[in-house]
Design a protein around this ligand. Structure first.
Ligand code: AMP
Ligand code: ZN
Ligand code: FE
Ligand code: FE
Length: 290
């Protein structure tokens, strides 16, 4: 069995370009033994992915990635591992988050139109083929129509925080997201901590401590955006606060062409991260049923 896994991937259920089943097939082809699918604000891809994983002998952990309120220029995302796809709290919350996205996306499209860009909401929805419509789908339309050449250009010029058509979407607080993931039986994990854009280690540690008080259970140590020195710091934080270290590529298919499944830069993600999450979920469930 392969000693490597990927615990952070997106499918067409959110803003990836491969279907959940295709993501699982690629997991197999990439010689990984386990996968967590972590689409933004939705678990719509989980059932297909779990089914395909079973067929192909890939160990599968249901996941989700939730954006939280956080001051600019940073962003805070929380991953939820082992969430129960039948959880009512989770279903209601994801519907609400998708509603917030729809409002935001309409504002973005309107702003683009006012700036003379010929784009419609139905073109964006066609690019998304699903319920969760994200900025990468808007970027696809802008590329197809020749307004930009790359997804990055679309974010720099229009869609990113300093772009000319940027709008916030309604988001949960970090506390709210952590509580929701816990209520759905999952383990909340701080995704790609570099994206918080803290100025130094002490500031990062303060933020992490705060999240631990709310119920954080893990921290993403290995990620495509993390350099070697960052990984060492995050390992240290994980130990200090008794957090599960996790890792993933943040694969998005051709929406992020530089990211390959199972690879975080030149690093791979060790199987032991997956095993520790699964074992923690087991003990959690045992404790609850006693
Ligand atoms: P949304 O969920 O609609 O707010 O869009 C978030 C998605 O856009 C995530 O997949 C991000 O990784 C991606 N994203 C954010 N900023 C950029 C950027 N500057 N270049 C490319 N993708 C980005
Ligand atoms: Zn994404
Ligand atoms: Fe993220
Ligand atoms: Fe992600």
């Amino acid at each position: 069995m392969s000693n490597f896994v990927d615990l952070h991937c997106h499918s067409t259920a959110s803003d990836g370009t491969l279907s959940p089943r295709q993501v699982v097939r690629l997991t197999k082809e990439s010689n990984l033994s386990a996968l967590s699918l972590t689409d933004h604000d939705t678990i719509a891809g989980i059932a297909d992915a779990a089914d395909e994983a079973k067929k192909l002998g890939i160990d599968f952990l249901p996941g989700i990635e939730i954006s939280c309120q956080y001051p600019r220029p940073g962003t805070m995302h929380l991953l939820g591992y082992g969430i129960d796809p039948d959880s009512k709290v989770l279903r209601e919350m994801t519907q609400k988050l998708i509603g917030g996205r729809d409002e935001r996306n309409a504002k973005v499209v309107e702003a683009l139109q006012k700036q003379g860009v010929a784009i419609s909401m139905s073109e964006v929805e066609d690019a998304a083929h699903g319920e969760v419509v994200g900025r990468p789908h808007i970027a696809q339309v802008l590329m197809r129509k020749g307004y930009v050449n790359t997804v990055k250009q679309a974010f720099d010029k229009y869609l990113g925080q300093t772009g000319s058509a940027y709008f916030d979407k309604e988001q949960l607080t970090s506390r709210g997201a952590i509580e929701m993931i816990r209520a759905a039986g999952g383990i909340p994990v701080l995704a790609h901590p570099v994206q918080l854009r803290k100025e130094n280690f002490a500031q990062l540690e303060t933020e992490v401590k705060n999240l631990v008080d709310f119920g954080l259970g893990g921290i993403e140590v290995i990620h495509s955006d993390h350099r070697k020195a960052t990984i060492a710091e995050l390992e240290e934080l994980a130990k200090r606060y008794n957090l599960l270290p996790t890792g993933g590529s943040d694969f998005h298919g051709s929406n992020k062409p530089h990211i390959a499944m199972g690879m975080a830069g030149t690093r791979r993600i060790p199987r032991k991260y997956f095993d520790a999450i699964v074992s923690s979920l087991h003990s959690q469930r045992q404790a609850q049923s006693n």
